[in-house]
Design a protein around this ligand. Structure first.
Ligand code: SAJ
Length: 412
């Protein structure tokens, strides 16, 4: 494999492109975002991920990675574009469709096309149909038993934001081919940079596997979140309860929080619900339990603020999980926005990983950015939303006399 094209240079595509290029393979990265393309070609990055800047700098300098806005011929095309959902939780495949039509003119006989984007079951068939529509002169795997011109596979990414460069290499990969030859060819591509095992299956199972992994986590977090609501009612410390229950050899409960954030776990289970609405009852309920959690936290703040005139509320953390600066789909952001909108009091936000508040929060006149210690010192109510490592270091004495709502169990 001499040249690999990676389509979509975001949180998954760019690290993947860089890791492949680091193995000495020529990589052409494609993105519709001119700013991203220009930034990468300068050896810089437009996203935040530990160690990625140095790696991109090195592979661009060596001429192994270049970014373009229009696809160019390559031996393999790896598509890593977003698959969000629409208002009604229906999957939005428009980016996959656009990517398929964009690469079609650059395809030639012998090429391998792999989709990595999290997708509802059956997406690979749609992608193949779009490619075939755009290139009727080429044959595709399901059309005959003959060797097709183009091989197609679905291989989901499964890396954890914050540890992407390590997990890209060390995690096992599920490689789903439209035919077993497609799977074998795709596995050979991943073996260029993956140290984990490449587990071969069909494309449909691989599509469902990705959704299953994130739905599993969502259901388990929902269990913890539901327990936290039950414990609030029954006056039991949920953190102690979980710690004790987890001493059973076959019990491993996750941690409650203010809700589930990020762009994966709160989205992917809906793809399962959308495909099998009558039977996916537990998965749907878990989503609803987790989506309700931010509203429960708001109720807790409202009730704590009831007897205080013009309360000051310190809100600790905005990111969707600890020790990152990623605010996308963060329950903490949702909570702060709703509290600001309800004008419950003055909100002092402490988020050690950002320097300016996002516009959606900054627009409120009752909100300002602060450091954690002074926010707590001025506050009547302390609302802990993210368990960033800096917050564990704050002396407990700062909290004396404050009403504390700790959604992550940092000060339990
Ligand atoms: N959370 C809890 N309690 C917990 C664990 C997590 O409330 O006990 C919350 C976090 O605070 C966060 C959300 O869940 O708001 C999601 O965080 P996460 O660390 O569980 O997962 P992500 O979204 O960063 O990454 C997930 C990973 N999937 C699984 O662990 C099954 C990752 O491997 C996937 O590649 C990624 O989704 C993805 O791209 O799909």
């Amino acid at each position: 494999m001499k040249t690999i094209s990676v389509v979509g240079l975001g949180y998954i595509g760019l690290p993947t492109a860089a890791v492949i290029a680091a193995q000495g393979v020529k990589v052409i990265g494609v993105d519709v975002n001119q700013f991203a393309v220009d930034t990468i070609n300068q050896g810089k990055i437009h996203i935040v991920e530990p160690e990625l800047d140095a790696l991109v700098h090195e592979v661009v300098r060596k001429g192994l990675l270049k970014a373009v806005t229009k696809p160019e011929p390559a031996d393999a095309f790896l598509i890593a574009v977003p698959t969000p959902f629409k208002e009604n939780h229906e999957p939005d495949l428009s980016y996959v469709k656009a990517a398929a039509f964009a690469i079609a003119p650059a395809l030639s006989k012998g090429n391998l096309v792999i989709l990595e984007s999290t997708s509802p079951v059956g997406t690979i068939d749609k992608m193949q149909a779009w490619l075939s529509e755009a290139r009727p002169d080429l044959s595709f795997p399901s059309e005959s038993d003959l060797i097709p011109d183009i091989n197609i596979a679905y291989c989901p990414e499964r890396v954890l934001p914050g540890k992407v460069l390590h997990e890209l290499v060390d995690n096992d990969r599920v490689v789903g081919g439209v035919t077993s030859i497609c799977a074998e060819k795709a596995a050979n591509l991943y073996r260029i940079f993956v140290r984990g095992s490449c587990l071969i299956t069909n494309a449909r199972t691989a599509e469902m596997c990705k959704l299953t992994e994130n739905a599993f986590r969502d259901v388990n977090i929902a269990f913890a979140n539901e327990l936290s609501l039950i414990c609030d009612e029954l006056k039991i410390n949920v953190w102690e309860l979980i710690r004790l229950a987890n001493r059973h050899p076959r019990v491993d409960i996750l941690q409650p929080g203010p809700g589930v954030g990020g762009h994966c776990i709160a989205v992917d289970p809906w793809f399962i619900v959308d495909s099998a609405p009558k039977v996916a009852r537990l998965i749907r309920t878990a989503r609803e339990v987790n989506d309700h959690k931010p509203h429960h936290v708001i109720e807790q703040v409202i009730s704590a603020a009831e007897k205080i005139i013009n309360p000051t509320i310190a809100c600790l953390g905005l990111a969707f999980k600890p020790d990152i600066d990623d605010l996308r789909e963060s329950p903490a952001v949702e909570i702060v926005k709703l509290l600001a909108d309800k004008k419950i009091g003055a909100l002092l936000i402490a988020e050690p990983n950002i320097e300016v508040l996002p516009a959606e929060i900054e627009k409120f006149s009752n909100v300002s950015l602060s450091d954690a210690a002074s926010a707590i010192a001025q506050a009547d109510i302390v609302l802990l939303l993210v368990n960033h490592r800096q917050f564990y270091q704050l002396p407990n004495s700062l909290l004396t006399g404050k009403r504390v709502i700790d959604t992550r169990g940092v000060w339990e």
